[in-house]
Design a protein around this ligand. Sequence first.
Ligand SMILES: NC(=O)c1ccc[n+]([C@@H]2O[C@H](COP(=O)([O-])OP(=O)(O)OC[C@H]3O[C@@H](n4cnc5c(N)ncnc54)[C@H](O)[C@@H]3O)[C@@H](O)[C@H]2O)c1
Length: 333
Amino acid sequence: MRTIQNPKSKIQNLKTAVVGVGSLGRHHARNYAEIARTGETELVGVCDANEETARQIASENNCNYFTDWRELLDKTNAVSIATPTETHCEIACAFLEKGVHVLVEKPIAKTLAEADSMIKAAEKSGAKIMVGQLERFNPAMVALRPHVTKPLYFEIHRVSPFPNRSLDVDVVLDVMIHDLDAIGWLVGENVKVSSIHAVGIPVVSDKVDAANARIEFENGAVANITASRIGTEKIRKTRFYQTNSYVVLDYATKFASVTSLAPNVIHPLLGVSVNRLEINDVEPLRAEIEAFINSILQDKTPPVTAQDGRRALNLALGVLEKIDEHASKVFPK
Ligand SMILES: NC(=O)c1ccc[n+]([C@@H]2O[C@H](COP(=O)([O-])OP(=O)(O)OC[C@H]3O[C@@H](n4cnc5c(N)ncnc54)[C@H](O)[C@@H]3O)[C@@H](O)[C@H]2O)c1
């Protein structure tokens, strides 16, 4: 890991830990263990309410295990929280109040009030919060970001087979939130949403499993997003148009291209140049965790702040409200 140690930083050897080492948290643990080999950080331990899981992941990563996260409060400087969303606020606030920096998985929390409590706890102690909006670290997105000018129209599909996990939340908070975060980031942090239309339906769980949303921004940008967790294949594709270019982004295959008019280019479509962007193929989670650690060591604002996470949550809750409105018209009680 390339870091520039802040000479004023009081942290010499950053003590890290992961709370919740299920399907995603175990990858946090693996990455922290790999980063610890550089000698700048130490993976103190992993915690999971399921003792067998905690023991197994600790043994794979050569660290201690805990079944109660409270035992880690005084042992760490930085934690990843990858427990179910409904637990994020309680666990994050406890660490933040102790001054421990927190990387919390998306969505930041289940409600805006919970997100606000987390933001307050961080402000009080000075600890940093970063939110795990992982797609921002996808190498295709990283390659694409400098080519984004003013997107006007997005067509987005995110489909996966039924996961049998993260069922404490619906498909909007589970996966559509990645795209809601991305469109907000690409359109511009200060551009407000002007309207939301949405439809969604529970199919195999008791929560919305498939949804479609049309989101309009005050600057005229429009996004049409489909998210489903009951598909037969995995699709994570975003296409968008901006003045003079058409952009394709495939998070699953880490592909990004920008198509534009270039009259002097020799191409089967006369005058059209398809620029397939060069990708630096790093694991997105590794890039995310390194960015979190660097923000602590260099005392910088993390690249995805709690406000960014709150904004994505706010948009997701807006979509859910519209889904409810639509359902009450279609299925009146
Ligand atoms: N960024 C991404 O792309 C991405 C992908 C998947 C999941 N997630 C997020 O990560 C979080 C976890 O999702 P998952 O799919 O790994 O879920 P999971 O159910 O596979 O894992 C959660 C783990 O947390 C443990 N746990 C529950 N309550 C706990 C507590 N109080 N203390 C300690 N451990 C506890 C469970 O035993 C389980 O092992 C969710 O917020 C989810 O939205 C993010």
